[in-house]
Design a binder for this molecule. Structure first.
Ligand SMILES: Cc1cc2nc3c(=O)[nH]c(=O)nc-3n(C[C@H](O)[C@H](O)[C@H](O)COP(=O)(O)O)c2cc1C
Length: 392
């Protein structure tokens, strides 16, 4: 079984390689009657797009084409196929790594598994994060569906290298970080991240970072009791993102060092309604959403493709040598990774909301279609003040 598909009720299959003609996604399980346009998809893609300052210099416009499942601006209930062309491809930059696998990348494991002769080495082939274009494209649909239950998902870069957010941010600050070129939720943090990325670029090195995703108004009761717990599906979704090395929710790994009396999320009454005092659990208990904000984090390792020479083996001569990776690479994958993690959270929440029948599985009424359209307009206009198209 090759798992290029994910999700149960909202099921996506991604396809394409870094230097192939295109990448894309097929999404099955989208109810009919959802207003959808290529601009909606382009909006989400603009936040992971390369070719901007502080990220990979590969210049891709990332213009999506919807080629199935849409009729007169609305979904039909059939699978939706979205294609995105790869236009800025320079495969010659990869001729050296064809026989000198990069330390920290997937080159050698792909060669071991699929055979040297079958390995598409150009730009990392299928292991390239270009694949995540399909996920982010699908997230526009997931986010639109979630608007029917009032869920909003937002993400920011909580830390980069050893530079960390020094305070808690409001949901709006997190939401508006999408217009920061380094996904920082405050201007002071933005300057520190930018300085660090400039350093990485001049040193020919890279940094890791932590993305945090906050989801508001998540209905209680999402998640199935055992293997399809919400935390399990979120964990899988997030860990499937290239370069993600860790997943946590709530206080996460910090809980392992606390005592139960500190770690327990105390149950209280908030305006007469049941609630949890500090949301230590990050919105999930027993793998089921509890109605508090859903808070998850993903740790990204530093980009493996760096200019600093490192040891590898030349597969032609089977002698030890060094490789210095040139080409257009993200100095910190976590920066663009933020929108990919945000997308995967939206996809899992939409999947579970469909499974729970909180979102109609077959078709939306025209009132629901209008509601989504209005909410989407508000969402895409939020935080825009002072930000041009180019800064996305
Ligand atoms: C948005 C994004 C951009 C990435 N860009 C690069 C890159 O420019 N160069 C690179 O070596 N790795 C990049 N990666 C990471 C690699 O794809 C990843 O490290 C590789 O496939 C090996 O998988 P693993 O790190 O999960 O083991 C990127 C990851 C993400 C999420």
């Amino acid at each position: 079984m090759t798992a290029n598909s994910f999700g149960e009720s909202f099921r996506l299959t991604t396809f394409g390689e870094s230097h192939g003609p295109m990448v894309g996604v097929v999404i099955d399980g989208v109810p009919a009657g959802l207003p959808l346009s290529e601009d909606d998809i382009k909006f989400e893609l603009s936040f992971r797009r390369p070719g901007r300052p502080f990220v990979s210099g590969r210049r891709e416009e990332d213009i999506p084409m919807i080629v199935s499942g849409l009729f007169e601006g609305k979904t039909t209930g059939a699978p939706i196929t979205i294609l995105v062309k790869n236009s800025d491809v320079i495969s010659s930059l990869y001729s050296e790594i064809r026989h000198k696998p990069r330390p920290g990348h997937a080159d050698l494991t792909y060669i071991i598994k699929y055979g040297f002769e079958n390995w598409d080495y150009r730009g990392g082939g299928r292991a390239s994060a270009r694949e995540t274009v399909g996920r982010v494209a699908a997230s526009a649909i997931a986010k639109k569906l979630l608007m029917l239950v009032g869920v909003m998902v937002a993400a920011h870069l909580k830390s980069l290298g050893t530079v960390e957010a020094d305070r808690d941010y409001s949901f709006e600050e997190i939401l508006c970080s999408k217009y920061s070129p380094v996904r920082a939720a405050s201007t002071s943090l933005e300057s520190s991240y930018e300085e660090l990325i400039r350093k990485a670029m001049s040193d020919g090195d890279s940094y890791g970072g932590i993305a945090e995703v906050v989801s508001k108004n998540v209905p209680p009761g999402l998640g199935e009791p055992v293997f399809d717990k919400l935390k399990a599906d979120l964990g899988k979704a997030v860990m499937s993102i290239p370069a993600v090395v860790g997943f946590e929710y709530g206080l996460g790994f910090k809980l392992a060092k606390m005592r139960g009396s500190e770690a327990n999320d105390e149950i209280i009454l908030k305006d007469g309604k049941l609630g949890w005092r500090k949301n230590i659990a990050g919105g999930m208990l027993g793998g089921i959403s509890n109605g508090e904000d859903l808070v998850i984090r993903a740790a990204f390792k530093p980009t493996s493709s760096i200019r600093i020479p490192q040891r590898t083996v030349d597969l032609n001569t089977m002698e030890e040598t060094t490789v210095s990776v040139i080409g257009r690479h993200d100095p910190a994958v976590a920066v663009r990774g933020v929108s990919v993690v945000e997308s995967m959270v939206a996809i899992v929440l939409a999947d579970h909301a469909l499974r729970a029948s909180l979102i109609p599985r077959v078709k939306l009424t025209s009132d629901q279609g209008r509601e989504v359209e209005e909410k989407w307009k508000t969402y895409t206009e939020q935080c825009r003040k002072g930000h041009s198209e180019e800064s996305q």
